[in-house]
Design a protein around this ligand. Structure first.
Ligand SMILES: NC(=O)c1ccc[n+]([C@@H]2O[C@H](COP(=O)([O-])OP(=O)(O)OC[C@H]3O[C@@H](n4cnc5c(N)ncnc54)[C@H](O)[C@@H]3O)[C@@H](O)[C@H]2O)c1
Length: 356
């Protein structure tokens, strides 16, 4: 197919993601493992933010914080970091094992907190944390950073502008190799809900982000490969019924024994379609733009790491005293959806309601 080029400017959608005014927020990170080292710390430092302290019981994690990222203040106990007067914002980057305890401690100290996904592994724990934050009067948010990936962010804004009409189908297909890559990671490889709750919250959240709707009910089946490494199933196929003529679909495998990884997303609407991936590719065809098909030219776009996107949104919410885009309260529908998907898959495939 022949594509014409189109730019973000021509589509009249944002060419960059918003950032807070202050760059000197004193951020304290709790948990300095794989994702903090590989993504959060470099993303924040690239945009000039100040990681003031790190708390991690693992001495090797503290050594890396000091030697690789120049973060001089380190603690083995997160309570000490939260109670350090110099720290203004708490960034919780551990596995979802100590979320509630950390939110309670932040609440007592009156400090805003953002947590890595998943917000928690049960709806009840999420609801308790929302109440703790409300009672303490602190902001609570979740790093659904996939919303700030360049193509995901752009797709959201294209759809919001009505450029493909009313969406009736949104789909994500991902093929990856984490059953091999993370086989030695004790927490992930022994979890029953690795793909359904811990991973799929990104994808279920994207369907909400693109369509602006929450699923009414979901149907999910999971599968395995003979001899796979993880305890939990590493293949997921789910359908989300949003009611009122909108269907979502997720197909996700982390079982590949090849390098043929990939992602493909699409949203079809009453006036056109978008096809895109998690990297730099997006095509659109829409009666609103004429008969041509367009490939997005992102050369001039000024996007940074999606991890600075979710943190930036949180810092802006503090500066402007408004609700974060992905506050704990707003993230609840994502957790309800993935919990229903997990339940559906455990029952071998059955429609499960997500609301209520
Ligand atoms: N947003 C994304 O794209 C993305 C990608 C990967 C992981 N994650 C999420 O990030 C979180 C962390 O994942 P990871 O892969 O970095 O995990 P990890 O296991 O590599 O690291 C967790 C770190 O937390 C530390 N820790 C444990 N207990 C602690 C405590 N009481 N106080 C302070 N630190 C403590 C550990 O010592 C370790 O260094 C998980 O919730 C995961 O789902 C998100």
């Amino acid at each position: 197919m022949n594509y014409s080029q189109i730019t973000l400017k021509e589509l009249k959608v944002p060419e960059s993601i918003p950032f807070p005014k202050r760059t000197d927020w004193h951020i304290g990170m709790i948990g300095f493992g794989g994702i903090a080292i590989g993504a959060h710390a470099p993303a924040y430092q690239n945009v000039g933010w100040n990681i003031c302290a790190v708390a991690d019981p693992n001495s090797e994690a503290r050594r890396i914080a000091q030697e690789k990222y120049g973060i001089q203040k380190t603690y083995s106990d997160f309570h000490e970091l939260i109670n350090d007067d110099a720290i203004e914002v708490i960034d919780l980057l551990t596995q979802p094992t100590i979320r509630e305890e950390v939110v309670k401690t932040s609440g007592r100290a009156g400090k805003p907190i953002i947590t890595e996904k998943p917000f928690a592994r049960s709806v009840e724990e999420c609801e308790r944390m929302i109440k703790i934050a409300d009672d303490a009067g602190i902001k609570l948010a979740v790093h659904q950073n996939y919303r700030w990936m360049k193509m995901n962010y752009t797709a959201h804004h294209i759809i919001k502008k009505g450029l493909i009409g009313d969406p009736f189908f949104a789909s994500i297909e991902i093929f990856g190799t984490q059953d091999v890559d993370l086989a030695g990671h004790e927490f992930y490889s022994s979890s029953e809900d690795f793909l359904t709750i811990q991973w799929n919250n990104h994808l279920a959240d994207l369907l909400r982000y693109w369509t602006g709707k929450d699923a009414d009910r979901v149907f999910a089946r999971t599968g395995r490969m003979k001899g796979q490494n993880f305890k939990g199933d590493n293949l997921l196929c789910s359908i989300a019924d949003f009611g009122d003529g909108l269907t979502g679909h997720i197909l996700h495998s982390e079982l590949l024994r090849s390098h043929l990884r990939g992602t493909q997303c699409r949203v079809d609407g009453s006036k056109g379609s978008l096809k895109f991936d998690f990297h730099n590719n997006l095509v659109i065809q829409s009666e609103i733009l004429g008969k041509e098909s367009f490939r997005l030219n992102t050369k001039e776009a000024d996007f940074t790491s999606s991890f600075a996107g979710s943190m930036g949104d949180f810092l802006i919410s503090i500066e402007q005293d408004k609700e974060p885009s992905v506050s704990g309260r707003r993230n609840l529908a994502t957790i309800k959806t993935v919990s229903a998907e997990h339940e559906s898959s455990m029952k071998g495939g059955k429609w499960i309601n997500c609301k209520g």
